[in-house]
Design a protein around this ligand. Structure first.
Ligand code: ADP
Ligand code: MG
Length: 230
């Protein structure tokens, strides 16, 4: 399994609409190996969200093939795609999407896909994920009492709790001041050191620079070290 890339896009493209079609992503090759930290930068309207939705199995390509952990996602039924997404992908968004009346631990526990696992075990897993992001002392805190950086770290813990193959981050520091952004970026560095596979989509060159491999997207065309062999 370790030799199989986490992500392999082969000629993946996405066109919206039929009468006046807009190609948001031109046919793209991209390979992300296990343990890599990749950033994707591009200006507004360049196709970042389109790519993120495809990688996150939230949308399907109009052409090409997307293999996630060696699984050809184009052959899956909707339910199987959802299951794959829940088990293999952790999402971190710009706005943290935490439930305000739930504690940090509850927010993380709710994300677990293994709902048949007893409540006590899920709580333990949530606490462990929070410890991984340095929030072991804040498990009982409500989001409203936490800083933006802490809230985003709860969101990272939530993304980690199912032990995903891929952590997909969309402007993870977009809503943070520089001190909180630095704390979140340090967390992502730490996850990379521990072997997680990260893809960070951002318009901020300073955020992109933290990755060990960078690609750019402009007008739906990916350039840079896409890892694809031609
Ligand atoms: P970014 O996230 O980099 O700002 P997007 O991926 O959202 O860019 O958009 C890329 C291009 O695709 C834009 O021209 C946008 O208008 C178009 N686009 C995105 N989603 C849709 C859609 N659902 N229907 C039609 N056009 C879309
Ligand atoms: Mg966008």
């Amino acid at each position: 399994m370790s030799g199989t890339p986490v992500i392999r896009l082969t000629g993946v493209g996405r066109t919206f609409g039929e009468r006046a079609p807009v190609t948001a992503l031109h046919p793209t090759d991209l390979v992300v190996e296990r343990g890599e930290y990749l950033s994707v930068t591009g200006p507004s309207g360049s196709g970042k969200s389109t790519l993120l939705h495809l990688l996150g199995l939230l949308d399907t390509p109009t052409r090409g093939r997307y293999e996630l952990d060696g699984i050809d996602t184009g052959t899956l039924r909707d339910r199987d795609r959802s299951t794959l997404r829940g088990r293999r992908i952790g999402f971190v968004f710009q706005s943290f999407h935490l439930l305000p009346h739930r504690t940090a631990a509850e927010n993380v526990a709710l994300a677990q896909v293994y709902h048949r696992v007893p409540h006590a075990e899920r709580t333990a897993a949530a606490r462990a994920a929070l410890r991984q992001v340095g929030l072991g002392h804040r498990t009982g805190a409500l989001p409203g009492t936490m800083s933006g950086g802490e809230r985003q770290r709860v969101a990272i813990a939530r993304a980690l709790v199912n032990e995903p193959s891929l952590l997909l981050c969309d402007e993870p520091t977009g809503n943070l001041d520089s001190a909180n952004a630095a704390a979140v970026l340090a967390q992502l560095d730490g996850l990379h050191t521990r072997g997680y596979t990260l893809v960070v989509i951002t318009h901020d060159p300073a955020v992109a620079a933290r990755a060990d491999r960078r690609v750019a997207i402009r007008d739906g065309v990916l350039t840079g070290s896409t890892g694809a062999v031609h």
